[in-house]
Write a protein that binds this ligand. Structure first.
Ligand code: ADP
Ligand code: UDP
Length: 264
């Protein structure tokens, strides 16, 4: 696991974090590689490591609806660090190295697979629309779906045949994405459940490093559906999509219930 990774950097000192340095003394924040809808990716002085900056920008409907939500970046960076560490501890390989400060984390550089993997425990969102099944139906076993990561095409649903024939991933990688996605569900469903939260569905992205696939990108309330188990209140990005208000407050509530450290 990550603890035995010989390339792993030591933890940044508390003093460095306190004085707001962007990265530890030994690491330079390099050129910006990419700026997406919610995160910006920077090089570091280690070609195998990237810095992810979780911004306050939030978007929905393929970037059509946009807003800046104060503290969203920090909340997502903290929740992501907590979840990625839980997954690593459970044996799911991830790109996560360490959280550097409020809004930034260090990750392993991946060659990203152009495919999004969605796992669903409860019917919601596009599954409900596509199949005309009422939102809220609890599934006997998880549904697994692939989508092409392409905003211009509105992330169309694809199948294994498309992925193979168009060369987006190999048969082994397809099987591994499915296996790891379901393993993530097995770890996170009980974790959220213990916090009184129903893990309805989530999206994952994987990438290649050292000849294997590992979980990349993020796991935050921006990319999953989380409902209060008792009241069904939405605690995720649907609050933004549907103008329900209290978006970051709900993310903070998720963090609080999970026990994510919020003040270091
Ligand atoms: P989007 O591209 O969907 O607008 P973001 O704003 O979250 O999304 O941008 C982050 C980008 O960084 C995504 O395109 C994601 O695929 C990519 N990414 C995430 N983790 C890694 C990684 N470890 N190595 C390389 N790219 C990554
Ligand atoms: N999702 C995501 N990014 C996307 C598409 C979906 O993070 O580009 C997440 C979404 O937040 C939800 C899950 O994947 O948790 C399933 O989304 P769905 O297919 O229902 O689509 P949506 O309703 O978001 O259009």
């Amino acid at each position: 696991m990550i603890q035995s990774d010989p390339l792993r950097r030591p933890e940044p000192s508390r003093a460095a974090a306190t004085y707001g340095r962007v990265v530890p003394n030994f690491m330079k924040k390099g050129e910006q590689l990419y700026s997406g809808k919610a995160k910006t990716v920077f090089r570091t002085d280690d070609p195998e490591r990237l810095l992810l900056h979780f911004r306050n920008d939030t978007s929905a409907f393929d970037g059509v609806k946009k807003a800046q939500l104060e503290k969203k970046g920090e909340m997502n960076n903290r929740i992501n660090a907590f979840i990625m560490q839980k997954l690593e501890d459970a044996g799911v390989p991830t790109h996560f190295v360490e959280r550097l400060n409020a809004e930034e984390s260090l990750v392993r550089r991946l060659d990203m697979v152009r495919v999004e993997c969605v796992v669903r425990n409860v019917v919601a969102g596009s599954l409900s629309k596509r199949l005309g099944i009422e939102e809220g139906l609890v599934l006997d076993e998880p549904v697994f779906e692939f989508f092409l990561k392409d905003d211009v095409l509105h992330d169309p649903m694809i199948n294994e045949s498309h992925i193979l024939v168009f060369g987006w991933a190999s048969a082994e990688e397809i099987a591994e994405m499915r296996r790891l996605s379901l393993a993530v569900n097995d770890v996170l469903k009980p974790l959220f459940s213990a916090a009184g939260i129903l893990l309805v569905d989530f999206k994952l992205e994987f990438g290649r490093v050292g000849g294997k696939l590992v979980l990349g990108d993020e796991f935050t309330p921006d990319g999953c559906r989380l409902w209060d188990a008792a009241t069904q209140k939405k605690l995720d990005k649907d609050r933004f999509r549907r103008d329900l208000g209290d978006v970051v407050e709900s993310y903070r509530e998720v963090a609080r219930r999970l026990g994510v450290p919020l003040d270091d």
